[in-house]
Design a protein around this ligand. Sequence first.
Ligand SMILES: Nc1nc2c(ncn2[C@@H]2O[C@H](COP(=O)(O)OP(=O)(O)O)[C@@H](O)[C@H]2O)c(=O)[nH]1
Ligand SMILES: [Mg+2]
Ligand SMILES: [Zn+2]
Length: 301
Amino acid sequence: MSAFHSNKAKTVSSQIGLASAVFGRHFTVETTAGEWFSCVMRGKKGGVACGDKVEFRITAPGQGVIEKILPRKTLLYRSDAFKEKIIAANVTQIVIVVAAVPSFSEELINRCLVAAENQNIPVIIVLNKTDLAEPTQAAIRLLGLYETLGYPVLKLSAINDVSALEPYLENRLSVLAGQSGMGKSTILNALVPEAQRATAEISTVLDSGCHTTTHSRLYHIDDNSAIIDSPGIQAFGLHYIKTENLAWGFIEFHPYIGQCKFHNCRHLNEPGCALAYAANQGEISTRRLAFYHKLLENGRE
Ligand SMILES: Nc1nc2c(ncn2[C@@H]2O[C@H](COP(=O)(O)OP(=O)(O)O)[C@@H](O)[C@H]2O)c(=O)[nH]1
Ligand SMILES: [Mg+2]
Ligand SMILES: [Zn+2]
């Protein structure tokens, strides 16, 4: 072969892969052939998220440079006034994990639901640690509201058995969301034994500052199902949701949007507000309307 041809052969090796691990500016990209490459992004740009389909060029055995992120089907991210952080790309389901012990934040559930509705991503809520029977009762009552809104609430004791979760994960790319200590790593290790994510003991104050999960990773469950574990999902800044779009994040508000007396009603104290009326009539939950108000008024960081 001439020198011309062999040079050319070196430069045409652009490939498509899946970003399956993100460590700051370093990425693992895997191909459908099952090869793994340690990659960086071309130039200074970051922005590759776990779950991204990328175009990359092999630069050395096992190494590559990501040249392009392919268009995303969904993008789950959070932001405050200063910066935004991508949590995962292309996910088709969010699994919110909560447990009665330690106590969970209902506000975080609501923030997560707003982000999910914004991207049209289905959600399931997993109530873990149901072996802790007594505290679990109160959590079941609280989560009843979300069940009536149409979000499945699955009761689980991950230290015993996660098989009830498996059918929900089939043929989807899911992302695990939830505060530290809820049992996400325990669930993941049970689903994907080779994951071996470190589980954290959260019994002491010292431990609570030590997050053992430090980077985003995608784990294959089978050929068509995978799950992403992401550290960035404890806080859920919604700075990017515009005021006029916030109500759309509350699924049961949808029928009332546009029915208020004022077309630019913010659903606070305006006269003729259809949402306030619906809450008075018991058609929507005052708890959810209060979360809406909180997000509207206190900023969405
Ligand atoms: N009782 C009980 N404890 C659990 C269960 N699942 C996880 N844990 C414990 O909760 C703690 C936090 O779990 P971990 O998986 O690290 O939570 P993560 O921070 O959400 O990843 C660990 O001590 C786990 O052993 C469960 O189903 N029942
Ligand atoms: Mg963990
Ligand atoms: Zn209104």
